[in-house]
Write a protein that binds this ligand. Sequence first.
Ligand code: AMP
Length: 254
Amino acid sequence: MARVLVGVKRVIDYAVKVRVKPDKTGVVTEGVKHSMNPFDEIAVEEAVKMKEKKLASEVIAVSVGPTQSQEVIRTALAMGADRGIHVEISGKDYELLQPVHVSKILAKLAQDEKAELVILGKQAIDDDSNQTAQMTAAVLDWPQGTFCNKVDKTDAGLTISREIDGGLETIKTKIPAVLSADLRLNTPRYATLPNIMKAKKKPIKKTTPKDLGVDTSPRIEIISVEDPPVRQAGSVVPDVDSLVAKLKEGGFVK
Ligand code: AMP
């Protein structure tokens, strides 16, 4: 039975309208509602289901970030993860943290914890990188199954259905492996109140990138973050003829 490591990132809640800082160095995070990255909820659900089916022995939720990252670890514990690991990094160091660093941290923890599966979200909705699972697989030199929409355990390893452009692809892989969860993999459960209470007693280990021997100096520099262009106001046309005339005028049709 495999031990599963799941990555849970604390991000600005998907329902919040994100605002760019006036100095264009990033987005406003103070006083803004944060939650677990939605794809990570799917990753946790998949890992917990594996444990319920006795395909996994233990589920460990890992979050790399400031103190508040423990909130999303608690959510994972309330959903059924067994224990958490908080890799603390805050302030400017966290703002400059990139997928390559998170990958090295997750890879080191996977080895230390003797995990056989690492399940991540396909992408974090704040940086939209879609890189961490791929790079974690590379660092560990393990096979990867990205954009999973179905994962079945077989005697030889895993059979995975992946969402690709225009269809689905089925692949087989041995374990250990790194997976990334796509939207349709499952529907994550809500944490019930009794489970939220139980989660308070589950252990969260604290460590730092330095303790794990991971250098987090930035590889890229963000030059500027800007709002998307404001949409031009539309206009109402009285009938189809005037619509066609307007389209011709604008050069949209000949
Ligand atoms: P990204 O490559 O940044 O789009 O992130 C893909 C996935 O990697 C996320 O859905 C998480 O599962 C994991 N991940 C990225 N950053 C972190 C982090 N700071 N802490 C824990 N997991 C993370």
